[in-house]
Design a binder for this molecule. Sequence first.
Ligand SMILES: [Zn+2]
Length: 396
Amino acid sequence: MNNHSQVLSARWIIPVTGNPINGGWVRIQGGRVVEMGSKPAPCHAQSLGDVAIFPGLVNAHTHLEFSDCQRPIGESGISLPEWIGKVISTRQSSDETSREQAIGIGIGELVKTGTCLAGEITTPPCEYPGNESGLDLVPFAEVLGLSAERGSQRLELARSNLRRYPQGGVSPHAPYSTSRETLGACFELARKHHRPIAMHVAESPAERELLRTGTGPFADALQSLGVWEIEQFPWPESPFLKLIEQLASTPRSLLVHGNDLNESEIRLLAEYPHITVVYCPRTHHFFRYDSHPVDQLLSSGVRVALGTDSRASNPDLNLWNEVQFLLNHRSDLDPLSVFRMATWSGSEALGRTDIGCIRPGCIAKFGMVRSDASSLEDLFGDCAMNGYEPLWQFAA
Ligand SMILES: [Zn+2]
């Protein structure tokens, strides 16, 4: 650890938890930010020149066990039930060793592209490397099963994962794949051990159809997979309002996707600041869903973080590519909100206050984007075009 103070200056600093600073500087000591300001920079500052310094990126949702996929599974526009059938057949040949190899590949990709913290959905048993890679992971043990037997097996594995990873959480997979009894047991487990929950919710209109009527493409897919349980569907009225209340009963939760959330569900979410919606822009685009309600979520005051989901539905795990996708395709969003979703909101969702922002006390893990812009508008244009380069040497 370098205990000498270092000062960095750059054309722009984007603290995310504060306003962008044109001509800013940051003083670092012991791997942490101790002071920052606007020009003039102290005379001994090391100038990084025409760049914007950003916090480290936070990927709030991924499944690293699919990181050996060379390309997404299925063609763009595939229905979610059909895609899940293909994923299950791909996964049948995986074992603990192949999962761990894929996870190693995924960690390498995340680090190379500047992600410093990730919410990872894991299939226990699974051994993760230590944090010598520089990546902090919050592993959520996935639980699923419409039958009581499958659900209780996976719950037992999740319990052992919680004992192994003190920062870890529980991930009941989705309402179409997990019985209501097992979901209830997951929420109870999270409350009992003060752990976070991550769950795929309202991912596609077919999911809503299944929960409301017990029919549709998901019912057909579950039947053809041989896992249909007749007493599980439909759910009682207002299934997503009920699920949001259940998520709210846990210490902290990540509602993943939310592509199909409606107005009343968004209003209810806004009452619970300990729930974060995780939006995976390019995965959403892969399935060609209708426009994501991220604008309504943000304007209602719901925290939204970004995730890549896995390489089974996304060509890569580079979170900056999600940022650029939004800067280029969602001009209705304030670019500063997009930067926040890619950094600080993910940290808050994953229970961290010392990473994903630039302010005194935070870990000095940054990234830079080349820009000689003199206005914010031009800076946003450069961010939509230029890559993000990790700057982690100051945290060591
Ligand atoms: Zn996912």
